[in-house]
Unconditional design. Sequence first.
Length: 249
Amino acid sequence: MGRHIHVIGIGAGDPDYLTVQAIEALNTTQVFFAMDKGEQKSDLVALRRQICERFISEPGYRFVELPDPKRSSDGDYRDAVSDWHAERARIWAAAIAAELGPDGVGAFLAWGDPSLYDSTLRILDAIETDVAEVGFTFDVIPGVTAIQALTARHRIPLNEVGEPVLITTGRQLRAQGLSGSAVVMLDADCSFAACPAGTRIWWGAYLGTRDELLVAGTVGEVGPRIVALRAEARARHGWIMDTYLLRAP
């Protein structure tokens, strides 16, 4: 059979977001690999453990925490990400080879859905291609995305009637501006502040958790409040995961 890895989407924070397929995969896993991102983000590993405790019917699994290499902030962005992924791949390959037996089943638990702004699939694909001696296969179990959670909590449709929606980053929003509707992720700089005051925004942080924050209005009306809330929440928790939907006026 050989080593096998599940990449399991665990939703945006609420354990109730897990699908039946995800729960079934949890119950076949012997080793869960988790990235150790330091003390400030230790609660992210704790939440993964809580999910396993809740849904795994016959405990016998174990967690292996892996050091997460730092991504360089110098030089070209894409080069820095590529180097970061390569270092992660080296660490993951060594862990899979050391921690899983010849027919072992491991898993990575991905926040939201593994296909959306998550590096797990790219790294595993690189290991499978470039480090063949590790010898494993992997599958992907989709999860509820932060986008789905955001629109559900605000009780709004994602798109205007018959119109497209762009999914982008804060860096790209700053570079290209806004046209129509856009979901913005990975934005540490509150890039919405550069949009016209009449731009509609639906913002959410820590979606699906007890710390959830929601704000909606126009950038002119609620933008400063979001900036302040975000800074306060990040200082309190040491990290923040947020996303927002914009519609041009």
